[in-house]
Ligand binder design. Sequence first.
Ligand SMILES: [Mg+2]
Length: 254
Amino acid sequence: MTTPAADITATAPVRAVTVDLDDTLYPQSAYLAAAWGQVADAGASLGLPEAQLLAALEEIAAAGSDKGTIIDRALLAVGVAPDRLRLFVPALVDAFAAFAPTSLACYPGVVDALRLVRSRVPLALITDGSPRGQHAKIEALGLVGAFDAVVVSDELGGRHLRKPHPAPFRAALARLGAGAAGTVHIGDRPAKDVAGTGRLGMRCIRVLTGEYAEWPAGDGYAAWLTVADFVSAVAAIEPLLPRREREDAAFLQR
Ligand SMILES: [Mg+2]
């Protein structure tokens, strides 16, 4: 089913909200920079040149963190022969997966905005990535307990269930007791957040923060709304949220 984004009950009440994590609530680049440092450190312990490896990892990752094989390509770039990659790749992949940041900062205003949403409607986090890494990020951001439900797509049965697969969205709706038409999703990636919610008839607000801010909104990726950041997204839907005690007055007067 294809429904023009603008037709999805534009002013209908919002009964639940789901949000993406990486590059929506915090800048993923901060996490990746530290994670690549840990990978380079692990490489140094295997006799690889740490500074060159770190530079290669950062340069290749800067071309797009989602393209895969970043570690393999960085090893080739520092002179590891193709037939020797297998001697290094598993340990470096493990180092990346085991990286647990001690502290990460949300974008400004995000914590208050999440609190406002949750004071009015059920709120779920929907995130892709290794479960260990995603939970470590949530903890480092101080967001444990900030949601009524946390859905890490891989935990539903594997990485093939990552967004835009409907499974994580459906799981979040089920856990919140919410319907698709009454739920707004807020996320940064056209091909994951916008495409995934569009298929289910959820309204999606695209935020222009992080690595995918410049991506064009192509066919099938037309968001219901596109705004600068998460705080702007919450301000946009606030009038559509059910009224409750005004514990959110401080946020609205920012
Ligand atoms: Mg994201």
